[in-house]
Design a protein around this ligand. Structure first.
Ligand code: ZN
Length: 170
């Protein structure tokens, strides 16, 4: 967290039919040494906890809009890759290509610092798989679980389920 005067705040409202308005909050420190940044999204209308599943099947799916809040878990179960909510978690509005790019960047960085050949190979293989997914060659499920409901995948193909609460009513 940064509390210097170099910290700038931004707020944007983006209309996402058919879900309505989403607010995008950003914090960014202009001090190059600090580099603190954080972002999040929130729906104007309160929404229910949700589990959203989208199957990426073709290259055209790359343009499908994705809204992920910082409270959401985003995962590619078939690749065993996921981002969990936490202190460093961010929320953003992007598209599927952008989401895959975020994973690619992390994997590339991991590959560069990996000391074991085995770890390097694992990263390389995952990067290859992501490349194939981007081309639409390997159908892959993307899942977002959001207890705040502030996430969405904007497509007719999206499957939305209620997110089961961890506390049971029985
Ligand atoms: Zn700062």
């Amino acid at each position: 967290m940064c509390l210097k005067k170099t910290l700038t705040l931004s707020e944007d409202a983006i209309d996402v039919p058919p879900f309505g308005k989403f607010f995008v909050f950003g914090m960014q420190c202009k001090d190059a040494e600090c580099g603190f940044q954080k972002s999040d999204v929130e729906s104007e209308q309160p929404r229910d906890p949700c589990k959203i599943t989208f199957t990426i099947e073709k290259d055209k799916d790359m343009t499908v809009r994705v809204i992920k809040s910082s409270a959401a878990t985003l995962s590619f179960p078939q690749l065993r890759l996921s981002v969990e909510p936490g202190v460093d978690a961010v929320g953003y509005i992007s598209n599927i290509e952008g989401v895959l790019q975020r994973f690619e960047e992390v994997l590339k960085a991991e590959k560069d610092i990996a000391e074991e050949d085995e770890d390097k190979t694992k990263c390389k293989n995952l990067l290859k798989k992501i490349w194939k997914i981007k081309c639409g060659d390997v159908p892959t499920k993307m899942v977002i679980e959001d207890p705040t409901g502030n996430s969405a995948i904007v497509s007719d193909k999206t499957v939305v389920e209620k997110l089961k609460a961890k506390k049971s009513k029985e």
